[in-house]
Write a protein that binds this ligand. Sequence first.
Ligand code: AMP
Ligand code: ZN
Ligand code: FE
Ligand code: FE
Length: 291
Amino acid sequence: MTPQSLSPSTPSAGVADLHTHTFYSDGTDSPERLVELAKELGFSTIAITDHDTMESLPIAQPTAKRLGLTLVPGIEMSASAEGLEVHLLGFFLDPAHRALQQHLVEQQARRVERVKDMVRRLDRIGVKIDADEVFKVAGAGTVGRPHVAQVLVNRGYIATRTEAFSKYIGPDNPGFVPGSPMPPARIIRLILDAGGVPVLAHPIYLKRDELIKTFMKQGLVGLEVYHSGHTPEMIKHYDKLADRLGLLKTGGSDYHGTSREGSPIGAVKVPCALVDALRQWKETHPATRTS
Ligand code: AMP
Ligand code: ZN
Ligand code: FE
Ligand code: FE
């Protein structure tokens, strides 16, 4: 038994960042570098939560072990509800779970088709970029909108990647295509089946608090109360909401390396006691495994 699996009466010491990305999705750091950086900054626990992939986990594990940093298996998965982009975090899930693996393979293929679709939509408004260039920028793992944004910068259509999200590929923009057609209920179920703890990421981006109750009926367990995009007032709001609804609380920087400004690793530090609570929930709720 690791010290972290003891009851909350003996909470783990240290701080955690439970939302980070590597270059296996749209971050710019290798998994090894991310772990080193976290250690240098004094974290004792991190979760790598790449979009729709867990490829980083086995790559990061040896470095984490060498440095004595606890690595929580994690993921950030895309879903759609009422035409809105919903991001769900999964913690402590089994990357080898068959239904999860199958979903991730399908989702990678969907993301490739999505980029081609975005390129076609942009072409219609006279913005000419090449899907192959986007795939080249993305490299290993998941391809996503930040890679499209980078190519738009490279081609001189915009000056910064952020501009891409307000002009070309954000919701309501001509090049927008949702990240996944999957309803949140499906994704929550997948995370639970894979032995994980499902958590709603950055609720402020969704701006629809009333949906949280619906997600809870579908199995949602936690809320990302602390996030680099949350102001102190928002944190207070979501903290109260989590207490009122009985949701576990998580937090993280949403660090993306140099591909996204304003969310450096270390921007959000949460006590490891929150990680204990996730682990304890998992231990008292055995996976509803279907394969
Ligand atoms: P995707 O999963 O392909 O839809 O891409 C989602 C990612 O795009 C997020 O995780 C962020 O890294 C990035 N992103 C979303 N909105 C913005 C924005 N307004 N400015 C910069 N990056 C953004
Ligand atoms: Zn991202
Ligand atoms: Fe997200
Ligand atoms: Fe993220």
